[in-house]
Structures are given as C-alpha cells and as structure tokens.
Write a protein that binds this ligand. Structure first.
Ligand SMILES: *Cc1c(COP(=O)(O)O)cnc(C)c1O
Length: 356
C-alpha cells in the first residue's frame, strides 16, 4: 500500500450545497488528493488535504509549455451506500498513455486506485444520490518545475479533486461539420487527454456557436472528409437495419471508455457495429435518404448526448426525434443503471469502494 498522509478539513462546506440543484462543476468537494514527483525520487508526499489554492512558481512549466493532462470520471452511490466507479482501470491506462506522449511520468495502478479510494472514502458524503447526479472526478497532472528552456519538467504534481454534479447536457445538440479548423492531426496529440487539445478547440467551437450550433463535428485534419469526434465526445450513428457506425480509434481520436462500453453492449444487443473510417458523405447521404435514425456523442460527462441537427455546407439536416425505444435512450438508461449498481454488472466493469 502507498502511504497517504491525511489532513482533514476542520469544518464542512457540505451544508452550503443544494443537492437538488447541483448544476455541472459549480461545487467542489471538501478534500483533494495531491502527490509530487521529483526526477530521481519518483512520486512522493502523497496526501489528502482540504481543497485549497495551490502555490506555484510563475515559471512553472505547465503554464507556458503546456505539459498538462487530465482524466474525467464519475463516482456513484448504490443503495447500500458504497461508492461505485465505472471501469477505472481504463482511466489509469489512458492517463499513462497521455503521460508517455507528453514526456510526463506514469502513475502506478496502486497509486491511481489508492488515491481515488482514499479520497472517496473521506469525501463519501459528497457523492450525490439525487437522480441524474454523480460525483465528477478530475484527476490531472502538470509540470510544476520552474523552467525557461523548452524541455520536459523534472517535477510534477498529480491532483484529484471532485465536484458533485448534475447532468452536463440535457437537450439534444446541434452540431456543425468542421471544414476549416482541426482538432487533431496524424502524429499529433489527439489520442491523449492533454490540456492543449482543449484550449485549441475553444476558438472553432465559439465560431460554431456564433453560427447557431452547440458543438463541432470534427473531421480529419487532412481532407476534412471523415468524421472523427463531436466536441469532447466520441460520436456514433445509428442506421436502419440495427447498424451502429463509428470511427475506429486512432492517433487522432480519443479512446473513450463510454465509446468502447456502448459498442460492446450494442453488439450484445444484436446491433452490427461498424468501426470504419466514416465519411461525412456517408452520414449526409443516410440522413438524406432517411436511413439515419440517431446520432449521438458518447463520453463520461453526459454518457449519451443526442444530436438533433447536423449542419453541413450551409444545410441543416434534421434527425428524427428520439423516443423511448431509440438505441441512444435505451443505452443511456442501461449505462446509468449499471453505474449506480441498479442492475447486474455482467461485464465486471464496476469497482466498489466499501464505505463502512
Ligand atoms: C474524454 C474524451 C472523450 C470521452 O472519453 P470517456 O472515457 O468516454 O469519458 C472523447 N473525446 C474526447 C476528445 C475526450 O476528451
């Protein structure tokens, strides 16, 4: 077991939070986990302490050269009061893949899981039980050494804080096929959950919003002909004949835990899952012919975010309204019930943290 020092907050802010009206990312739980990395020493000084501001050198490497990455996870409570995590091993694996790409140190499974478990036991009262809510967890790492020359930092911090949150998106979104800007290029960092990817996406997203859309449907950086992701989610299309189409994961597409889980369940439910490079033309033609039944984004924050409109070259293609029998509704209900421990975990995807 890794050694984690614990310094508890002398007071509690819990009573200040209205759990019936959480919003997304508005509140931060009482404690955070922090570990320091020093070249030669490895990870050390693991601790849980009150959520508070950090003290950093103005020359801290993350702030000018962008050596920073993150993960996003959610914790739920079952009826017994245990805290549940959904496939946390996948987040650990991906965090380390991001770290390798960014020349940052990796984290052992023991540290990754030990930190989450310790923090969640301490802040278990912050895991909401109100409908549609959960404790959003944000593990992240950044270069903390004072550096001026461009090189990998020799010091890092790994932190986990959390936010009791309600739904991220609640209504179907309008997306625009992006034909000018690029989220990720071949050989770049698209597969990594590194901070720079998100900063770079803000401007094109704002342009799409100005044009009356909610999100971007990203295309490949070379020809803008193949669909990659939607906003910060993987994207899937349901066609007549029980077919689910999505792009395969690659160097430019993030390997989403929600994505792979939905595809696996889709196959088990008898859908034909087609993971092939997916051209914009294919999707637009299917929408035009009435073969396209559903389109949705898949990610931890929203699980499933329905797309109602696809804007392409000045035309808006409206999708049929989702109903209770739509795949996206059924998979959302299934995944939510699974994550809350309300149905049998036949895949062994849930990690239970006993709180008593
Ligand atoms: C985090 C993220 C996803 C979704 O991954 P999950 O593991 O399902 O949360 C998809 N695309 C991008 C760009 C992301 O950052």
């Amino acid at each position: 077991m890794i050694k984690i020092d614990i310094q508890l907050s002398p007071t509690s802010r819990l009573s200040e939070v209205d759990f019936a009206d959480l919003g997304f990312g508005k509140h931060f739980s009482e404690h955070m986990f922090v570990a320091d990395y020093t070249e030669g020493l490895g990870w050390h000084s693991c601790r849980v302490e009150p959520y508070q501001n950090l003290s950093l050198s103005p020359a801290c490497g993350a702030l000018h050269y962008g050596q920073a990455l993150f993960e996003g996870m959610k914790a739920y409570k079952n009826v017994a009061g245990d805290v549940l995590l959904f496939r946390p091993d996948e987040n650990c694996r991906r965090l380390n893949a991001s770290a390798e790409r960014m020349c940052m140190p990796t984290i052992s499974e023991e540290l990754f899981h030990g930190a989450l478990e310790t923090l969640l036991k301490i802040d278990q009262a912050w895991v909401p039980t109100t409908p549609n809510s959960s404790l959003y967890l944000r593990p992240y790492m950044f270069a903390s050494e004072a550096v001026l020359g461009v090189r990998p930092s020799r010091e890092y911090k790994y932190i986990i804080f959390s936010s009791p949150s309600s739904l991220y998106y609640n209504k179907p979104v309008r997306v625009r096929v992006e034909e000018k800007y690029v989220r990720a290029a071949e050989g770049g960092t698209g597969f990594a959950k590194c901070a720079g990817n998100y900063g770079a996406a803000l401007f094109p997203t704002r342009e799409a919003i100005k044009a009356g859309y909610d999100q971007i449907l990203w295309t490949d950086g070379h020809l803008h002909q193949y669909i990659e992701e939607s906003g910060t989610m993987n994207v899937m299309f349901v066609l007549k004949g029980n077919k689910i189409l999505t792009s395969p994961v690659s160097g430019t597409i993030l390997d989403g835990v929600t994505r792979k889980s939905i595809l696996q369940i889709g196959r088990e439910w008898g859908y034909e899952v087609i993971e092939e490079r997916l051209s914009v033309e294919t999707v637009i033609q299917a929408a035009h012919d009435g073969h396209l039944l559903e389109a949705f984004g898949a990610g931890t924050a929203a699980t499933v975010s329905s797309i109602c409109t696809i804007g392409y070259k000045g035309n808006d293609f409206e999708l049929p309204e989702v109903t209770e029998s739509s795949f996206s509704r059924r998979i959302l209900a299934y995944m939510e019930a699974l994550k809350r421990g309300q149905i049998e975990d036949t895949h062994n995807w849930i990690k239970t943290i006993k709180t008593t």
